[in-house]
Design a protein around this ligand. Structure first.
Ligand code: SF4
Length: 460
């Protein structure tokens, strides 16, 4: 006999417990073990008035944002709807069945006010990172760095040529004010003297970038991750303009910050060729004592059969190159000139052969067929580049190359699972906020995953 269900949704009294309803193995239950926002409350206290109506609890807003970013819900309007309806979200946010959910406008008011003034989202990220370190999932020996392009919330149609600048009637906009404030910062406007091809009036800090697989250019930012290779925990995150010099500079900022904040300096850093400039390698090797497991950025390779720089032998003691014909290439031929010379402005020493040697050389057609003599350029930081080259030939480098892929996997997770492939907030501060929240969510999910796998001590 077909059953007939009695529908009685109008009941007034229920015995219901959210605590019992949320499954023990729900992701938010596991994540909750690692979320401790007590310090956040203390940090925010000076930003609240001692009088007046009580505000929305900042811990509630942070918990809502964490839940949203962990499940790819970045729209604050949708997040409020989800928390209102989803019992697991209510449990994580410590709301009862009847507690009201804050209005979505509360988030934007706090984001532009107290949260930004107190740098709250970075504090939340650091709190979660400190928990990762306390749980022993950070090795601290090998770090990897990489950057990924994230589309900005700006369309091509609204943009104008970069040389035209911005119309005066939009200078009051928040995103434009932030753009003007960051014009000299190394992470944004100060990263390159090159004018952007197009400038977006809604988010002028976003860089017109053509690095997408479909070949189309879009307004974008770069998200930079510095990770610990043991369990791919994100040690630091930086938002920059989508320019390589800004990305490389952010690596220095992140390494310095991790050392100052967490007292952790890695033995080695791996990255791709973008980080293999002479200046960066010199900074790592000579200033920070970190092994660069980074391919050397080298443009001396030749495909036309002409001798490459590697065909010349460098004699450090005598400061000369020896060519394949056994002749010397020197920086200076006059005694005492080297001691008086200033460092070259472009960072490159020039070693030249004698014209008389090259004129009579049988190898000239393979060495300098169009020049009177051969010239070799050598970076002022060539010793650091040599250190990186020696590491590239080692077995440890093969391991580092594999470990480097962990950053790329985090970016893939960021875009596909957390849905951060296009920013929702505008301006450099909006980009930083979103990247910090996403990195916090990724670290929390990492802790939860390791906990579920039994790689962490069981909760007491
Ligand atoms: S051309 Fe000059 S630099 Fe080149 S191999 Fe001959 S002597 Fe040496």
């Amino acid at each position: 006999m077909m059953g007939d269900r009695q529908v009685m949704q109008e009941g007034l009294f229920y015995e219901f417990s959210i605590e019992r309803y949320v499954p023990e193995d729900h992701l938010l239950r596991v994540i909750d073990r690692f979320v401790d926002l007590e310090d956040i409350r203390l940090q925010l206290k000076p930003y609240y008035s001692a009088m007046g109506r009580p505000s929305i609890d900042p811990e509630l807003m942070i918990r809502m944002l964490i839940a949203g970013y962990c499940f790819g819900i970045r729209s604050e309007r949708r997040l409020c709807e989800e928390v209102n309806l989803n019992l697991a979200y209510r449990w994580f946010c410590k709301l009862s069945l009847t507690d009201p959910v804050p209005d979505h406008s509360t988030f934007s008011k706090n984001r532009h006010g107290r949260f930004r003034e107190s740098d709250l989202l970075r504090k939340v990220f650091e709190t979660v990172l400190a928990r990762c370190i306390a749980e022993g999932v950070v090795g601290g020996e090998a770090f990897a760095v990489d950057a990924s392009i994230i589309k900005a919330d700006a369309n091509r149609e609204g943009g104008g040529p970069g040389v035209d600048g911005l119309p005066p009637e939009i200078l009051h906009r928040r995103a434009v004010q932030e753009y003007l404030a960051t014009l000299d910062e190394a992470a944004f406007g100060g990263s390159t003297p090159v004018e952007p091809k197009f400038l977006s009036p809604v988010d002028p800090t976003a860089r017109w970038t053509r690095t997408y697989k479909d070949g189309a250019a879009k307004y974008s930012y770069s998200v930079n991750y510095l990770i610990d290779c043991k369990h791919a925990v994100i040690m630091d995150v930086e938002g920059t303009t989508a320019v390589r010099t800004a990305e490389v500079h952010s690596t220095r900022v992140m390494l310095d910050r991790v050392e100052a904040r967490n007292h952790i300096k890695p033995d080695r850093l791996s990255g791709d060729t973008a980080y293999g400039s002479a200046e960066m390698l010199n900074w790592l090797v000579n200033e920070r004592g970190i092994e660069p497991h980074i391919p050397v950025f080298d443009k001396s390779f030749r495909k036309d059969g002409i001798f490459e720089r590697s065909d010349f032998t460098f004699d450090a003691e005598d400061d000369r190159y020896v060519c394949p014909a056994g002749k010397n290439l020197r920086r200076y031929r006059v005694a005492g000139r080297a001691a008086k010379a200033k460092p070259p402005k472009d960072g490159l020493y020039r070693y030249r052969a004698r014209k008389t040697d090259c004129d009579n050389c049988p190898l000239k057609h393979r060495c300098c067929p169009k020049e009177p003599m051969r010239k070799i350029l050598r970076s002022v930081h060539e010793e650091a580049r040599d250190v990186a080259r020696r590491i590239m030939a080692s077995d440890a480098y093969a391991t580092s190359r594999r470990e480097r892929k962990k950053v790329e996997m985090l970016f893939a997770h960021l875009k596909r699972i957390l849905k951060v492939d296009r920013l929702r907030l505008r301006g450099p501060n909006g980009a930083k906020d979103e990247f910090l929240l996403a990195a916090t969510a990724q670290n929390l999910r990492k802790l939860a995953k390791l906990s579920i796998q039994g790689a962490l001590p069981a909760p007491e």
